[in-house]
Design a protein around this ligand. Structure first.
Ligand code: C2E
Ligand code: CA
Ligand code: CA
Length: 278
């Protein structure tokens, strides 16, 4: 039995080593990614009830020299655990602000750009400094910048987060409740922070036409957002039928593959220039 155990152990070890070393490689490469100019921001359009582009969400991509184009789910968790999300997050903030300011100078107005903020960034008092730097460097009006926060990230350290977020909001920057409804105490999350916008999670939008429970959650979320003086944005809108239903419920903004996938800045620029979608 003992030797079988050792055999099992030997068989298991290489696989585990492989996983560990892959993670180490990614972490090491990620450490260089900003300096090597391998990070990219893609932008997904957000539209209003009249199909006009009102803003965009900035979504991170990594052009890895060997692995190619990497989606955020494959490296954001490593960036968070290692703390690398701090310099990367600063790069994202600055890059998004510079891009929108650049378009503005070219006569292309994007109402807002929203940036995802991770839990780890909220533990650093420097977040409000990073936001100020990005606004100063770009000259973008604070009202055009939105920070997307999930309940999970904020409620980990409510008091510290509140102070950072109040400082940031005082600058004029907008706060967005992301992934709304997927956490454990979403309603108190809305009560504790003064959000300007609530994002209805894709999970509820996906089946809202066939599942009455999901439809009820979507409607209730729009109503409660409005009651708190916030607007509601539905995420993951893939079909015209979903868009119609959402508009009928009074949903202010839509985001999803129907209106546009996350795209390179040059592609969003073309969309803005042509002034219309699809
Ligand atoms: P998220 O904030 O929930 O972003 C929305 C995700 O939904 C994006 O995935 C987007 O491509 C996808 N999506 C949008 N519309 C549709 C649709 O109609 N159908 C489907 N199936 N999916 C849709 P993406 O770009 O892979 O980003 C994944 C997550 O990575 C984001 O989820 C966000 O949590 C995180 N992330 C992305 N960029 C950043 C960043 O700069 N900083 C941080 N901290 N996190 C980021
Ligand atoms: Ca988001
Ligand atoms: Ca999400």
């Amino acid at each position: 039995a003992k030797s079988a155990g050792r055999n099992n152990y030997r068989l298991f070890l290489p696989e585990m080593n492989q996983q560990v070393s892959e993670r180490v490689i990614i972490e090491n490469d990620l450490r260089q990614a900003v300096a090597r100019d391998e990070l990219r921001l893609h932008y997904q359009p957000v539209t209003d009830a009249n199909n006009q582009i009102v803003g965009a969400e900035a979504l991170l991509r990594w052009e890895h020299p060997e692995y190619g184009f990497m989606q955020p789910d494959s490296f954001i968790p490593i960036a968070e655990e290692s703390g690398l999300i701090i310099p990367i997050g600063q790069w994202v903030l600055e890059q998004a602000c510079l891009q929108v300011r650049h378009w503005q100078d070219a006569g292309l107005t994007l109402g807002f750009v929203s940036v995802n903020i991770s839990a780890r960034q909220l533990r650093e008092p420097d977040l409000s400094q990073a936001v100020r730097n990005a606004l100063d460097t770009s000259g973008l009006a604070p009202e055009r910048l939105e920070l997307e926060l999930t309940e999970g990230s904020v409620l980990q350290r409510t008091e510290a987060a509140r102070q950072i977020l109040e400082e940031t909001q005082a600058l004029g920057v907008r706060l967005v409740a992301d992934d709304f409804g997927t956490g454990y105490s979403s309603l108190s999350f809305l009560k504790q922070f003064r959000f300007d916008k609530v994002k209805i999670d894709r999970e509820f939008v996906r089946d809202m036409l066939t599942d009455q429970g999901d439809a009820a959650i979507v409607k209730a979320t729009i109503a409660i957002s409005h009651a708190f003086g916030a607007t509601a944005t539905a995420v993951g809108v893939e079909t015209a039928a979903q868009a119609d239903a959402l508009r009928a419920c009074g949903c202010d903004h839509l985001q999803g593959y129907l209106c546009g996938r996350p795209m390179a800045p040059s592609d969003l620029q073309e969309l803005l220039q042509s002034g219309c979608l699809i």
